[in-house]
Design a protein around this ligand. Structure first.
Ligand code: GLR
Length: 304
């Protein structure tokens, strides 16, 4: 059973950095449960406000429903109530509703509703999709506005009025006008989570737009750096934030931007670089080359 009511979950998630662990695979690309558990156990030594299992960085899009269920159950068991565990709901409405119910049964504390795969959709359809998932369980839901499911301010307002359990808006677009409109429309009714790739890049300006937290993919392999970065953002220490952006984030983005999908692959490469390999990524993603891994290792060694 969920340990957090939707409102408690919103308050908790807003209070600190959010962990989006990678999902470990063996060389046959099967889920490596022991490696995943070991990773969560290592990360549990660092204070975060919540853990999102099988999210984007966790290659949730490459997992079957049965695998997502297993990963979520392992995360719930391993985390053992220390922080809330949020599970993904993916795909079309029927699939997402089924995953939402499975997540509740698995003991997850909340849901991250991902954009549906492939199809385009209008605002009314998206409102129905999000509402169906909100109605499926008693869990708090965070909707991820990104790709083919970008919600406008009116839809967010309708959804917030219609669905008590909608507690969060995760942004994967970074449109200032849209975010300003959304905050003006619903204010603190929702928790706001920055969710652009390598979220640190945007963290300081987005704080002004109501985003008190973000999903940190780099937390996977440089957890202390990610936490220090977050503390500097919350303290609005511009000098410290830009120093860290110069010394690590920008050169990291230079490697990340070489191939589509590297925003996730580079996180697994980062774990290899720090001696905690999480295995390869599954297609359609591709692994970094040996040369890129060597560059990344040199970069990480400068800040670790
Ligand atoms: O579902 C996810 O993994 C994301 O939201 C994207 C990443 O965590 C992103 O914020 C990042 O790369 O820092």
């Amino acid at each position: 059973m969920a340990k957090y009511s939707p409102q408690e979950l919103a308050a908790q998630l807003k209070s600190g950095l959010l962990s989006f662990p990678v999902t470990h695979f063996d060389q046959a690309l099967e889920f490596d449960e022991a490696g995943y558990r070991d990773h969560l156990s290592w990360l549990s030594g660092y204070p975060v406000a919540g853990l999102f299992a099988a999210g984007g960085t966790g290659e949730g899009f490459s997992l079957t429903a049965a695998e997502i269920d297993r990963v979520v159950r392992v995360a719930v068991d391993e985390v053992n109530g220390r922080v809330p565990v949020v599970a993904p709901a993916t795909g079309g409405t029927a699939t997402a509703v089924a995953q939402a119910k499975a997540a509740e049964a698995a003991g997850a504390d909340g849901l991250l509703l991902m954009p549906p795969y492939l199809t385009e959709a209008g605002q009314e359809g998206l409102v129905e999709h999000v509402s169906a998932v909100c109605a499926a369980t008693g869990l708090g839901v965070i909707v991820y506005s990104r790709a083919n499911a970008v919600l406008n301010d009116r839809s967010v307002q309708t959804l917030a009025e219609r669905n008590e359990t909608l507690i969060g808006f995760k942004d994967g677009v970074g449109n200032i006008e849209s975010l300003t409109r959304i905050y003006a429309a619903v204010g603190d009714r929702l928790a706001y989570i920055g969710g652009l790739p390598t979220a640190e890049t945007f963290a300081l300006p987005l704080l002004q737009l109501g985003m008190s937290t973000y999903s940190s993919a780099i937390f996977n392999f440089v957890p202390q750096f990610a936490l220090d970065f977050y503390a500097d953002v919350r303290a609005q220490d511009r000098e410290a934030v830009y120093r860290r952006i110069r010394e690590f984030v920008v050169p990291y983005l230079d490697i990340r931007d070489r191939t589509k999908g590297y925003a996730v692959s580079i996180v697994k490469a980062g774990l290899t670089a720090v001696g905690r390999p999480a295995g390869p990524v599954r297609p359609p993603l591709q692994n970094l080359t040996d040369g890129e891994l060597a560059e990344l290792t040199t970069l990480i060694n400068k800040i670790n």
